[in-house]
Design a protein around this ligand. Structure first.
Ligand code: ADP
Ligand code: ZN
Length: 289
């Protein structure tokens, strides 16, 4: 049997087809407008006889099954995609079971089932890239939420002397506005990729990420926190984030007593670039089993 997957991101759509054992084809399509992107997506899947499809989409999206706009993309800053009936469009072309979730939830699921959290009962997956988004998976299921988590938009406490205006149009000092790739670029005046490792900016970035992780830990206490996305390709950030995280926790949680070390708690994805793909493959398989 063949299973379809779509990772719909703000810059590209990854479409793929897997059989029982492996991914047999995976392509990238640029995210422009529904009128331009979707025909290519549909044409790709028409080549295969897929039995189910799992979609992980950038948010915000409507995941309430009884809602009249279930399957829609909601008020995204990507104007062309606002109120777009993504799932409905796929269903007019393919009469098969479909799974509809956020991109970060399916990434959390992928790491939970097959990756860095496969021995844990719960994991939180945070991507720090063009935006910042978080997914959460516990016992192989997602939280029964009203909308879905929007972990990139919690407020952070400003570091002393930091007057950077941020990059989120909605909030002055949310995680996305302070540490996403575009936020770092706006602050530094150059691409995040080009900023040297010893630049002081990484200390600030690590402190802000650590603050966010402290909040997530206090709220949902995941067994693992997985940090992915383009910005986290800078591996020197992991030890910095762990250090400042412990500083913010300030002894309140005794991780040692819980048998947890920071280098097993705040970790990289085990399947970078494939967390969501494998998450979707597994979800697509479950639709027909
Ligand atoms: P997306 O969020 O669109 O799915 P990514 O997770 O790759 O894609 O994130 C892209 C962002 O990550 C860009 O803003 C880019 O500047 C930043 N980025 C990518 N690679 C690096 C790197 N090596 N160092 C720092 N920032 C990076
Ligand atoms: Zn925000």
């Amino acid at each position: 049997m063949l299973y379809g997957i779509i990772e719909a991101g703000g810059t590209k759509f990854i479409c793929g087809v897997a059989d029982e054992n492996q991914i047999i084809e995976r392509i990238s399509i640029e995210t422009t407008t529904p009128q331009k992107t979707m025909p290519d997506v549909i044409a790709f899947f028409k080549k295969f006889d897929i039995v189910s499809l799992a979609i992980g989409c950038f948010g915000p999206i409507d995941i309430r099954k009884n809602s009249p706009t279930y399957g829609y993309i909601l008020q995204t800053p990507k104007i062309a995609w606002q109120q777009y009936n993504f799932l409905g469009e796929m269903q007019t072309h393919f009469d098969i079971p479909m799974f509809w979730e956020t991109d970060v939830n399916v990434a959390a699921f992928g790491e939970f089932v097959l990756g860095a959290a496969k021995d844990a009962k719960s994991c939180l997956y945070l991507t720090i890239g063009t935006g910042v988004g978080g997914g959460y998976c516990a016992n192989g299921a997602f939280l029964p939420t009203l909308l879905h988590p929007e972990m990139g938009h919690i407020h952070l406490k400003r570091l002393d002397g930091d007057s950077f205006e941020g990059s989120c149009p909605f909030h002055d000092d949310c995680v996305e506005g302070l540490v996403s790739g575009p936020a770092i670029e706006k602050r530094a005046g150059k691409k995040a990729e080009e900023i040297p490792e010893d630049d002081i900016i990484w200390e600030m970035v690590a402190r802000y990420i650590a603050q966010a992780l402290q909040t997530y830990t206090m709220v949902v206490s995941p067994e693992k926190i997985i940090l992915g996305g383009g910005v986290m390709k800078r591996e020197h950030l992991y030890p910095l984030v762990r250090k400042y995280f412990l500083e913010y926790i300030n002894g309140y949680i005794d991780f040692e007593a819980l048998g947890v070390t920071m280098d097993t708690y705040i970790i990289a994805p085990q399947m970078p670039d494939y967390s969501a793909t494998y998450g979707c493959v597994e979800l697509a398989k479950r639709l027909v089993k």
